[in-house]
Design a binder for this molecule. Structure first.
Ligand code: SF4
Length: 90
């Protein structure tokens, strides 16, 4: 496994663990049940979804996967074709 793949695997693992811990604490994850908005092709819909990340208990850990995603709203950012499009004000 090359270094990038190892970093990606670690980032997803860390996010999985953070989500499980949040579940155990009974915390709400804003993207749950709203995945269509978080993966919308429409940029404005994605921006609105990304703003909801501001209250997410795993926001910092989720930021670790941002370099490895291709599209959607992740950790308060809008990503398109693997590039962060815009920082989203909360
Ligand atoms: S930071 Fe946003 S995209 Fe990441 S888990 Fe939380 S709500 Fe979902």
């Amino acid at each position: 496994m090359n270094a990038r793949r190892a970093a990606e695997a670690a980032a997803w693992h860390d996010l999985d663990q953070a989500l499980l811990a949040a579940d155990e604490r009974g915390q709400q994850i804003p993207c749950r049940g709203h995945w269509a908005s978080f993966t919308a092709d429409d940029t404005e819909t994605c921006r609105r979804a990304a703003r909801a990340c501001a209250t997410c208990p795993v926001l910092d850990t989720c930021a670790g996967v941002v370099p490895f995603v291709w599209h959607g709203a992740w950790a308060g950012r809008v990503i398109s074709f693997g590039k962060v499009q815009k920082e989203v004000d909360s």
